[in-house]
Structure formats: structure tokens, C-alpha cells
Ligand binder design. Structure first.
Ligand SMILES: Cc1cc2nc3c(=O)[nH]c(=O)nc-3n(C[C@H](O)[C@H](O)[C@H](O)COP(=O)(O)OP(=O)(O)OC[C@H]3O[C@@H](n4cnc5c(N)ncnc54)[C@H](O)[C@@H]3O)c2cc1C
Length: 388
């Protein structure tokens, strides 16, 4: 089947229609079979499958340009697997030397959108999704959109997690989450704590420890994968596990998974200069530092929180589907409480490895297949229905 959605619709909403008629005030209205909230890799992978259906759809993305969370990755960030293991459906990321850089991923996603003429409106932040008898109203900073179904693909970057620590409010030093970390230069010569034992913590510690007096604070000893295990091996293992699960088989695999530390080059280099020793957390903050478990107080200039993210689901609050743990109950990717709502790309709870480039394809495909089977009424043609 072919796309029924008119390809110039997003251009119009973006104020760049060929006929020179920008949407009034840059605001967008329209009725669609599907509105995808987000414009990162999960949204694009989903759109690739949607454009092969007869459904009308649009993507609403809060960013200024393509690339999703990769636009905010730190300067030295590289993928932990080669391009052929870091691609979304239809078109493989061009192979360059080594593991792709942050900018190469952004270039890939930018070109991907262009190649498939995906209808992305940006910047368009969805503030609230409300259900009515007919479907959903999406309230955005660009006006209202109406949809029979919603696919939320908003990732986690907009919801950085910082654990509660006694005294944190009174601490007057610098605090930064890895979501906003750019490079080590601002920390040169300072006393810094890098908090968090995952890949972000290891990579930030690797470069900050080269220029600052840095201590790595982790809940327990970090799990380092063997040097030869990269994303490609982890994805192969995840796929093997998934197959075995589907077939009801039990398999044995080496310890280590996607959350453990991949020994990318800067992390290996830091290990080789013995900079990756870690200590257990301090008791509390003081106004200018921390108190360690043995009672010793120490001044600290800056704390970098590499403590992960939570799903960015605030826009779904009016639907009353968000659990106490900040997730939505799903069967596969479909909301249990709101059956015309799907969630793609948030992590294992929305599909194994779905928060990775190569891993999101499987759940994007199954989501669109389920949605097509559910939307039995004739497709909406937004050009005919768009509000004046
Ligand atoms: C340090 C780090 C290293 C990583 N390394 C790898 C790797 O090597 N390989 C790999 O495959 N994966 C890696 N990942 C994981 C993964 O690929 C990313 O987290 C990925 O960006 C998730 O894609 P997404 O599309 O789900 O979310 P995002 O990329 O965050 O895209 C979501 C989009 O939705 C938008 N949005 C959010 N809320 C709203 C709203 N209310 N209204 C409108 N738009 C909204 C956002 O602005 C964003 O553009 C890494 C992640 C991190 C943090």
C-alpha cells in the first residue's frame, strides 16, 4: 500500500510549503489516523513502517532539527557498535571508519528523514494528549492535532534522573546531569565527583579524570565487559535470547548485558592509567562538598550525575496511564488501559533492546502491524479534513 498522507503537509506545518503559503502562525491542525509523538530513531523507524500502510500519519517532534537525543550527546560520544549494527529499517547507516560518532548518527537520521520524505513537524512539543470518544486531541505549542491513535516515541533524554541525597539542595557547587555534559574542559583542575556505574559514568569518568581530580562514585563495583565484547556481540546475544524465548527453549549465555560497560577506546585508555577505580556513595552533601561513610568531610567543586533517565511521558498524564514507577502498563507495545495508544523505543519494557538503533526495528514493525489490524475504519485523508 502507498502513503495517502500528502507529503507537503509537514512542509506546510513547518512553514515551508512550496506554494509559499505557510500554515497560519506556523500552527498546525489536522486529523490523522496516527500521530507519532517524537522524531528520534524510534519515531523514524515506526514511520518507515507506517508509510507502507494506507494510513495518514504525522510526527510531532520537540527538537529544533533531526537526530533526537543524539543532538545532545557529548562531543566525543561514539556508538559502541559498527554502522551495520546501528541502523534502522530500510537503509543502512553509511559505513565509515570505526564506530560511528555522534555527528555521523545525526547525519544518518537527518538523511533518513529526507530519503523517505517523512512528515515531521518541528519544533513541536506535545504538552498534553487527551482522549475523547473519537480518538485523541494533542495539545501542542503549534496548536491542536487530532488522531485516531497515538504512538508515543519520546525516549528518555527529556527526563534525566537524579537520585535523592541528603543535603543536595544546600550544596552550592556545580551539579550537572550527563544529559547536559558536553566535554571535560569546564572541569579542568577541579575536584569532581562522577556518580553512576553505567556506560555514561565510565565514559564521562574516563575523560574528566584526564583533566580533573575526579572520583568515581558507584553503588557497587561496575561490571566491565571483556575488551572484545561490543554492541554487536550484545545484540547477537539479545537476539539469541529472544529467539529462545519465542521457541520456549532455555539457553546458557555468558554473564553481561546491554547495561554493562563496553570497553570503548577512551574507557580502555582510562583503565590502563588506573583511573577507573570506584568508591561507594558518600553519606550526604554539605554546603560545599560531601561527607564520606567514614565521617571525613571533603570540599567538592562539581558533581556530574550519570544516573540514567526515566521515560519522558509527561504528555500522557491526562490519559491516566502512567504507573507509580513512571511507566505505562503495556502488552507488547500497546497500552493496557488505553488501547489506541502504543509506546515504542523506551527500553526492554517496550521490547528487548528497543532503546537502541538496531533493536527498535522489531517493535516498530510489530506496533504498526497491530495498529493496522486495529484501525478498521477507512483511513483519514487529512488534506480534506484539515481545519482552516
Ligand atoms: C550515552 C549514550 C550512549 C548510547 N550509545 C548507544 C549505542 O552505541 N548504540 C545504540 O544503538 N544506542 C545507544 N544509546 C541508546 C539509544 O540509541 C538512545 O537513547 C536513543 O536516542 C533513543 O531513541 P528514541 O527515538 O527512543 O529517543 P530520542 O532519541 O530521545 O528521541 C525522542 C524524541 O522525542 C522528542 N520528544 C520528547 N518529548 C516530546 C514531546 N512531549 N513532544 C514532542 N516531542 C517530544 C525528543 O525531543 C526527541 O527528539 C546510547 C544512549 C546514551 C544515553
Amino acid at each position: 500500500m502507498h502513503l495517502t498522507w500528502p507529503p507537503d503537509e509537514a512542509a506546510a506545518l513547518n512553514g515551508s510549503r512550496d506554494d509559499g503559503k505557510a500554515a497560519p502562525g506556523g500552527s498546525g491542525q489536522g486529523r490523522f489516523d496516527v500521530v507519532v509523538v517524537g522524531g528520534g530513531q524510534a519515531a523514524l523507524a515506526t514511520a518507515w513502517f507506517l508509510r507502507r500502510t494506507g494510513l495518514s500519519f504525522i510526527l510531532l517532534d520537540a527538537e529544533e532539527g533531526p537526530g533526537g537525543a543524539w543532538r545532545h550527546g557529548w562531543d566525543s560520544l561514539r556508538l559502541f557498535s559498527p554502522a551495520e549494527w546501528s541502523s534502522i529499517p530500510g537503509w543502512q547507516m553509511p559505513q565509515r571508519s570505526g564506530y560511528p560518532t555522534r555527528d555521523e548518527v545525526i547525519d544518518y537520521l537527518t538523511e533518513y528523514e529526507r530519503r523517505y520524505a517523512l512528515p515531521v513537524v518541528r519544533p513541536c512539543r506535545v504538552d498534553r494528549v487527551q482522549a475523547d470518544g473519537q480518538g485523541f486531541t494533542l495539545h501542542t505549542n503549534r496548536g491542536e492535532f487530532f488522531a485516531r491513535s497515538v504512538i508515543s516515541a519520546t525516549g528518555t533524554w527529556r527526563s534525566p534522573h537524579v537520585p535523592a541525597f541528603d543535603g543536595a539542595d544546600a550544596y552550592s557547587g556545580q551539579q550537572l546531569h550527563s544529559a547536559r555534559y558536553v566535554n571535560a574542559a569546564p572541569f579542568a583542575g577541579k575536584r569532581v565527583l562522577v556518580i553512576g556505574g553505567g556506560n555514561s559514568g565510565a565514559q564521562v569518568m574516563a575523560e574528566v579524570s584526564a583533566v580533573a581530580r575526579a572520583t568515581w562514585v558507584t553503588l557497587e563495583s561496575p561490571m566491565f565487559l571483556p575488551d572484545e565484547v561490543d554492541g554487536r556481540v550484545l545484540f547477537a546475544r539479545a537476539t539469541e535470547r529472544w529467539r529462545a524465548q519465542q521457541e520456549g527453549r532455555e539457553i546458557e549465555q555468558p554473564v553481561g548485558g546491554l547495561g554493562d560497560i563496553v570497553m570503548v577506546a577512551p574507557v580502555r585508555e582510562a583503565r590502563d592509567r588506573d583511573a577507573l577505580q570506584s568508591v561507594r556513595p558518600f553519606q550526604r552533601f554539605t554546603t560545599d562538598g560531601v561527607v564520606w561513610p567514614d565521617g571525613v568531610e571533603e570540599p567538592v567543586d562539581a558533581v556530574i550525575w550519570c544516573t540514567g533517565f526515566r521515560p519522558a511521558l509527561q504528555h500522557l498524564a491526562p490519559l491516566d496511564v502512567i504507573d507509580a514507577d513512571g511507566r505505562v502498563a503495556v502488552e507488547g507495545t500497546r497500552s493496557v488501559l488505553q488501547p489506541m495508544l502504543w509506546l515504542v523505543g523506551y527500553g526492554d519494557w517496550t521490547g528487548p533492546a528497543s532503546a537502541t538503533l538496531v533493536g527498535v526495528t522489531r517493535t516498530a514493525r510489530s506496533t504498526v502491524a497491530e495498529l493496522v489490524a486495529t484501525l478498521t475504519d477507512p483511513p483519514i485523508h487529512p488534506a480534506a479534513e484539515a481545519k482552516p
